[in-house]
Write a protein that binds this ligand. Sequence first.
Ligand code: IVH
Length: 664
Amino acid sequence: MPSLDEARRKVEELRSEIRKHDYHYYVLDNPLITDQEYDSLMRELESLEREFPELITPDSPTQRVGGAPLEQFRSVRHTTPLFSLANAFDEGELRDFDRRVRQLSGTKVDYVVEPKIDGLTVVLTYENGEFVLGATRGDGITGEDITENLRAVRLLPKRLKGAPPRLVVRGEAFMPKKAFALLNEERDAKGEQPFANPRNAAAGSLRQLDPRVTAGRTLGVYVYQILEGIDREISSQWEALSLLREFGFSVQEQSSYCRDIEEVVDCCNQWIEKRHTLNYDIDGLVVKVNPLHLYDILGYTAKSPRWAIAFKFPAEQAVTRVKDIFVRVGRTGVLTPTAILEPVQVGGVTVSRATLHNEEMIRQKDVRIGDYVVVQRAGDVIPEVVRVLPERRTGEEKVFKMPDYCPVCGSEVLHLEGEVAARCTGVACPAQLKELVIHFVSREAMDVEGMGPALVEQLVDKKLISDPADIYSLSREELAELERMGEKSADNIVRAVERSKERGLAHLLYALGIRHVGIKAAETLANKFGSLDALARASFEELTGIPEIGPKIARSIEIFFQQEQTSRLIAKLKRAGVKMEQERNEEKGELVLAGKVFVLTGTLPNLSRKEAEELIKKHGGKVSSSVSKKTDYVVAGSDPGQKYDKAKQLGIPIISEDELLQMV
Ligand code: IVH
C-alpha cells in the first residue's frame, strides 16, 4: 500500500492526466488514447480514492456523477439578469448595427466575432475557485438549478486556477455532432424517440432529474462571458476570453478579432462557407463590441444589449421530391424508414436521402411517396424531412406502410407495445448478426474472453459464423489465420469458447439477447424454470405470474420462442454441448444459498462487489440492494454504509467475506 504522500502525488497525476484527455476528446475532438485506456485511468484513480478517502475532492473526475435523482429542479434567481441578443440576417443589418454603435459611442470600434453555439445557456458560479452552482437561463431572471448534472459533465472545470473569490460566468452547453448521432442511433435501437437536433439532446441531457443519465451523455461547455467577479483590469472582450481560458475554462478557439465592420463582414461571409467544419453545431455568429468600457455607454434595449448582435446564417433548406421510401435494418433489428430524394443542394451539399426516423413520424408529417417536401440538414449531419407541401400533390402519391417482413431476412416485423420502432424478429438476420454475437460473447453473457467486436466483425464478414452458435465450431486454425491473431491468441479463444459452455442457464438466457431480458430477469427465469426447454414451454400467464416479470418481458419471451430460427439456434447450441439447465439443490446438493437473500455493504477485502454478487448467485442466493426484514445476511466490509446500521437495528446477521466464503 502506498504512503499517503505517494498516493496524493499519484492521485494528482492521474487527475491531471484524465483532464488532459477530456480536453483532447471533447474540445479538440482528437482523443489521444482509447476509451479502454481512459477507463483504466479512471479505475486506478477510483481505487486510490477508495484506499485514501481523505484525498477525494469535489472536483475529482470521479465525483462527476451526482447522488440520488432529484424530485424536481430548484429555481435559482440569477444575480445578473441574462439578456438575449437581437438578430442580423444579412450584411446590411450588420452594417446598421455598426452604425448605431458608432453613433452612440462617438468613436470607431473594433469587434470580436464568436461562433454562436446552438446549445443550452448555462450560468456557472465559482466560490474560491470551486464550482458551486450551475443554472439554466430560464426566463433570464430565474433559471433551474442543474448543478449536479453539470458536475457530471467531464469537461466542465470543477476547480479553477487563479480565479477571484466569486466568479459568475455565462456559457453554452452542447452535444458534439458525433455524440448526437450515436445517441440517436442508440435511441432508435431502443425504440425511443430520437432527439430532433443536438440542442434538444443537450437540453434533454442536462434537464434530467437523475445526474447518472447526464453522466452517460457526451457534453461540452464553452464559456464566453464574465458576468460577475473580474478582480483584474481587463479592458476588452478579447482579453476576457483569454482570462477565462487561464482560469481553466474551455473557450472557443475559433473566435476572431476584427479591427472594423469590414473585417466583421468578411469574417461572417467566410463562416457561411465553413459553418459545418466544427464538431458542434453553430447557428450563427455573435458579433461583440470589443472595448468593455463602451458596454455601459451603449447599454440595453428592453431585451438585448446594444453592444452585441447575433448574425444568423441563411437557412439551409431546400424543396425536393420523395422518390421512394426505403427501409434500413439497424443493428438491433430496428427498421428505419429513409426517404430517397431527387438529389438537391442543401447548404452546398447534395442531399439524396433523408431519415424519417419511424412510422409514427411519417404519419405525423404525412409524408407520402411522390410528395414534394422541404428538407433540411438537421444537426448538420443527417438530412431530414421538415414538412410536406400538400399544395403540390397530384393525387398520385402513395401512402407508405412499414413492411410486415424484414427486407433483409424475411422474418416477421413486429411493433412491441409502447415502442415507436418496428423490429425484425429474425435471430439470424445478417444486419443484426454482428451485434448479436458481440452481445452473446460479452462478459455478463457467455464471457468469451478475447472475442471482441473487431474479431466478431471479421468472423461475420468472412462468413465463418452465421449465428452465435457457430462460435462453438470455430477451429484454432481458422482463428489463427485472421488479422491481428496468432496461434497463441487462437488457442486462448478456443479455450474461452469451450469454458463458456458451462456458463449456466441465467447467463445463457441473457446471452440469447431476448428483448427486455436483462441479466436480472434472466436469473429470475433461470431459477424459476430450471431449464431452457421449460422456459420455452411457459405460457404468457405463467410468465406474468412471476412478480418480477411484466407483460412486456413475457410477450417478448413468447415471440422469441415462437421463431423458427430460435429453435434452430437452441438445437445447435445443445449439439455443441452448451449447458442449458440450472443446477438445482436437490440434484447436486450444491446450491447452499438457495432462497437466501444477501445485502452487501462496504469494501470487502478480496472480492469485488461484482465477484461477491456472482458467488452468491452461483450458489443459489439472491442479492438485494437494500436491507429489509426479508434480508437473511448482510455481508459487511470496511467502511460499511447505512445498511450496516439498518441490519443491526433489525437484528439481521452481519457476516464477513470470510464467513461468506465458508458458507459456500
Ligand atoms: S453572448 C447578452 N456569445 O446565443 C447576451 N451568446 O440570444 C450575451 N450563444 O442564448 C450572449 N454562443 O446563450 C454569446 N459565443 C456566444 C454565444 C452565445 C451562443 C447563445 C446565448 C443566447 C443566444 C443569443
